[in-house]
Design a protein around this ligand. Structure first.
Ligand code: ADP
Ligand code: ASP
Ligand code: MG
Length: 405
């Protein structure tokens, strides 16, 4: 069987852990499997490299940033390959260039476009365990790109899809997907299964346990994804098309602090204003999330919307250059907000989820400034300082032992 395994930064954080993982890889290999292993950079390496950049410049070139960040993963794969060889087994480490992982041009947030299988298949045919650097690609300029923070998950799923692997296992420092980040909610429950759609919402709404693009790719290619612990033996959580519904309405509570709001106050209340604003932002590939428009008064209205805080500077620049078409009194920004969301395939069918969530926040004295709903999620914007507590009280009310559902 061909298996793709991915080990995250904490799983290869130091020599001792590299040796533990090497043994685990060898154990899987000994069960007569062909193995392709994707690794992240060791521990906090990526953050440390970013800190080094900050010592030099506050406006680094994205190309050079990717050039530097990609070295973290290359260290891991070479060390792992040596650890496996020291156990007496054949292994070879490869980077994106050597494999032929082509990506889009965009530095720091590239998308994988194509993977050449030939080199990997050649190494597998020679019975090698193939260890591949995650998080990186090569663009059409022949330059190294990176896939966005947490992107090694996406490298793994893309390789599993390209190689038509039977299974893609994501090894990390938790033993599966929980109903909330177990670091925030002590009694979060482990899910044995979760659907691609719910997992995609969870990942996109702030659960960084999986890179959201990896879930999108797994769904598109129908790849069975299993999230497991590198340290304890456990079946983990299976991410797949459909899961048993049981009586579960809500499968998770997440928060995301990488959110900001922009309020455009006193816009002329005439047709085309929303079009002007959002088409200008779309042109710069800035994704907008929740949009709220006030009732018109005295010929004007307000539009408030949320976006990723990391896109804020670009968005303000776009709006600033549209003075002639976006006539308004003022534009204000709030970075101290967070998005708190509940996700679950049963939300649409159960009208009680929303009032229970709002009630929990009310009793915790947490103010809601915006609300958005879809079939499988309910999101609210709250103050960033309330994010953790908000997750805890909403989890308690909807999922915890004394849940009101
Ligand atoms: P890796 O380095 O292995 O990629 P990450 O730090 O990216 O690991 O992801 C694992 C972390 O995700 C866990 O330590 C956990 O705190 C966090 N996390 C957030 N939400 C969840 C969730 N719903 N279930 C499990 N873990 C979660
Ligand atoms: N090393 C990269 C990061 O820290 C990629 C990853 O871990 O998936 O974001
Ligand atoms: Mg990760």
């Amino acid at each position: 069987m061909l298996i793709v395994q991915k080990y995250g930064g904490s799983s290869v954080a130091n020599t001792e852990r590299i040796k533990i993982v090497a043994q685990r890889i060898v154990d899987t290999y000994n069960l007569n499997n062909s193995l392709v292993v994707i690794l992240s950079a060791q521990g906090d390496t990526t953050n440390e490299l970013l800190a080094k950049i900050a010592e030099i410049t506050s406006t680094p070139s994205k190309r050079e940033t990717d050039m530097l960040l990609a070295t973290g993963e290359q260290q891991s794969v070479a060390l792992m390959s040596m650890a496996i060889q020291s156990l007496g087994y054949p292994a070879v480490s490869l980077n994106a260039q050597q494999v032929g992982i082509s990506s889009s041009v965009t530095y720091s947030n590239a998308r994988i476009e194509k993977i050449e299988n030939a080199r990997i298949l050649k190494e597998l045919a020679a019975k090698n365990i193939v260890i591949i650097a995650g998080f990186q690609g090569i663009n059409s300029h022949g330059d190294i790109t990176t896939l966005g923070r947490g992107g090694s998950d996406t490298s793994a799923v893309a390789l599993a899809a390209s190689l038509n692997a039977n299974l893609c296992e994501i090894y990390t420092d938790v033993d599966g997907i929980y109903t909330a980040d177990p670091r925030i909610v002590a009694d979060a429950q482990k899910l044995t299964e979760i659907s691609y759609d719910e997992m995609l919402e969870m990942a996109s709404l702030g659960a960084n346990v999986l890179h959201n693009r990896s879930v999108e790719l797994a769904k598109k290619n129908n790849i069975k994804l299993v999230v497991r612990s590198s340290f304890v033996l456990d079946k983990g959580t299976v991410v797949k098309e459909k899961r048993k519904m049981e009586s579960v309405y809500v499968s998770g509570v997440v928060s995301d602090s990488n959110v900001a709001t922009i309020s455009i106050i006193g816009i002329k209340d005439t047709p085309g204003m929303a079009y002007n604003i959002f088409s200008a932002l779309a042109l710069k590939k800035i994704s907008i999330d929740i949009i709220l428009q006030s009732v018109g008064r005295a010929g004007t209205k307000d539009i408030v919307f949320t976006l990723a805080e990391s896109d804020l500077a670009d968005a303000l620049e776009v709006l600033g250059t549209q003075d002639d078409i976006i006539t308004c009194e003022e534009i204000t920004v709030n970075k101290d907000v967070a998005k708190l969301s509940v996700i679950g395939a049963g939300i649409e069918a159960n009208p009680e989820v929303a009032p229970i969530m709002f009630g929990a926040l009310f009793h915790a004295n947490i103010n809601i400034s915006m609300i958005a709903t879809s079939e499988i999620k309910l999101s609210v914007i709250i103050d960033q300082k309330d994010a953790k507590h908000g997750v805890q009280v909403v989890h308690d009310a909807l999922i915890g032992e004394n849940n009101q559902l």
